[in-house]
Design a protein around this ligand. Structure first.
Ligand code: A3P
Ligand code: MG
Length: 450
């Protein structure tokens, strides 16, 4: 029990759209806040009390009403904003329970849902007698590549399908709630929240609805961000391809098979694990794409046997390595930490875009290495700060979103250097829980044909 970060063993053991403010008919209520003083000293920054401490607020609007400074809360005592300054979240590592796999599913070449593990890949690295593998990461880029369809608006759709088909196992009979979890979401969304105290470039928007006692979190990707992604440079497209291609060199389709680098790289195919975890006082259920399982893993049970594969440029200097740990490793750590994936295999590529070295890194060792390389005086990121903020964000959402209605969306927004704030929307473009899902959960029956 307690922190599952402190161990070296795997955990199994130990975007901004133009807002459509419908002010005429007051369907959307809006709570728009300016920044809090990020340096405001809070006497007890450890979650869950952070969001209960006073924040300085200069001005705020609720619907048509302007509030004079300094107001920190609505009349019902609910805070308006959550500050993100790392100094506020320095307390001890919060309670967290090992991530547990409660199910899995596969997504095929057309991104269609299958309730099986046919897309699971098996880790099959080259023999250790080949220290410099020379994998050409651009091989097949022009003729054997199905890039991601940027038009897809998947949202929570796949994990909701899994829940609808397996809801019997998630029913909470005591609480008479259809799902015995506080939050349902995707790992990618949680990774963004977890790294927020140290993020300096990319903000986020998370739509939240409370339905039958469970909070659902779904990212809103603003149109401008979608456009940017479509217009990204040829080099950026190549870099995306290289990450997927690395998986083809390192994994086989069958347990005792060998990798087939001549295969088509289809970015829609995926094996997903469904993870349940306790963080602070919150239970979460989310899906996460898994790169592969290691048949030789000392921890045979998922998610301990899962491996994350990553590529990055080979590092030539200490400064390069420091920056890598400061900006990139925090994301790698957060992604694998959340889903209990204990090891990350890194393929270092040279200037010719060939992998020239492989290294396995233990997820649990990353924060310590970051501290050693970066040093506290250089504002090194800290896992406990990430986690305290994370739990405080979940506390904040739980306090704010109390009306059980799948058509009511609280849109939580964050831009670098500001606090997290939110706006409220009813029956709007932000509604994201599909009708079929709402009906299925209300009926309380497993749906096999969704
Ligand atoms: P690398 O991380 O090795 O670059 P994941 O590592 O999460 O399994 O994702 C596999 C690959 O998908 C990544 O490999 C990268 O190529 C691509 N990818 C993932 N997230 C991306 C993003 N936000 N933008 C561009 N490419 C991304
Ligand atoms: Mg990967």
């Amino acid at each position: 029990m307690g922190s599952f970060l402190s161990t070296e063993k795997p955990y199994s053991q130990t975007r901004k759209r133009n807002r459509r403010d419908d002010e005429d008919n007051l369907r959307s209520q809006r709570v728009k806040c300016r920044r809090s003083d990020t340096g405001t000293p809070l006497s007890c920054p450890v979650s869950p009390s952070v969001s209960e401490e006073p924040f300085k607020l200069h001005s705020a609007k609720v619907g048509r009403f302007s509030l004079a400074a300094p107001r920190q809360r609505t009349d019902t005592g609910i805070p308006f904003v959550l500050p993100i300054s790392p100094s506020l979240y320095e307390g001890p590592f919060p309670f967290a329970w090992h991530p547990v796999e409660v199910g899995h599913f596969s997504l095929d070449a057309q991104r269609c849902y299958c309730g099986d593990d046919h897309q699971l890949c098996y880790y099959a690295p080259p023999s250790s007698s080949i220290p410099f593998p020379r994998f050409d990461l651009l091989d097949g880029y022009h003729d054997r590549y199905v890039p991601w369809n940027e038009g897809l608006r998947e949202g929570l759709g796949k994990v909701l399908k899994w829940i609808a088909q397996n809801n019997k196992q998630l029913q909470d009979k005591e609480k008479r709630q259809p799902l015995n979890v506080d939050y349902v979401t995707l790992r990618g969304h949680l990774t963004k929240v977890l790294t927020t105290p140290y993020e300096t470039r990319q903000g986020w928007q998370l739509a939240v609805s409370l339905f039958c006692g469970t909070l659902y979190l779904s990212e809103i990707v603003p149109e401008a961000v979608r456009r940017q992604r479509k217009q990204c440079s040829e080099r950026a497209k190549q870099q995306t391809y290289m990450g997927y291609k690395f998986e083809k060199y390192m994994c086989a389709d069958t347990q005792n098979g060998t990798p087939d680098p001549s295969a088509v790289v289809n970015t829609h195919e995926a094996f997903c694990t469904v993870i349940q975890v306790q963080m602070g006082s919150h239970s979460l259920l989310f899906s996460a794409e898994v790169d592969c399982t290691d048949p030789q893993s000392p921890w045979p049970d998922p998610p301990g046997c899962y491996m994350e594969l990553k590529t990055t440029r080979a590092m030539q200097s200490c400064a390069h390595r420091r920056n890598f740990y400061k900006y990139k490793m925090i994301k790698w750590w957060a992604q694998s930490f959340l889903s209990g994936v204990p090891r990350i295999v890194v393929g270092y590529r040279d200037d010719m875009d060939s992998v020239v070295e492989l290294k396995t890194i233990k997820t649990a060792s990353i924060p310590k290495t970051a501290k050693k390389l970066i040093g506290e005086e250089q504002n090194c990121w800290k896992a406990k700060v990430c986690m305290n903020f994370f739990v405080s964000f979940l506390d904040f959402v739980k306090k704010v979103v109390t009306t059980d209605d799948p058509k009511l969306v609280h849109l939580f927004e964050w831009e670098p250097e500001g606090p997290v704030s939110y706006t409220v929307h009813r029956d709007s473009e932000y509604t994201f829980l599909p009708e079929w899902y709402v009906k299925a959960i209300k009926r309380g029956q497993s749906v096999t044909s969704v």
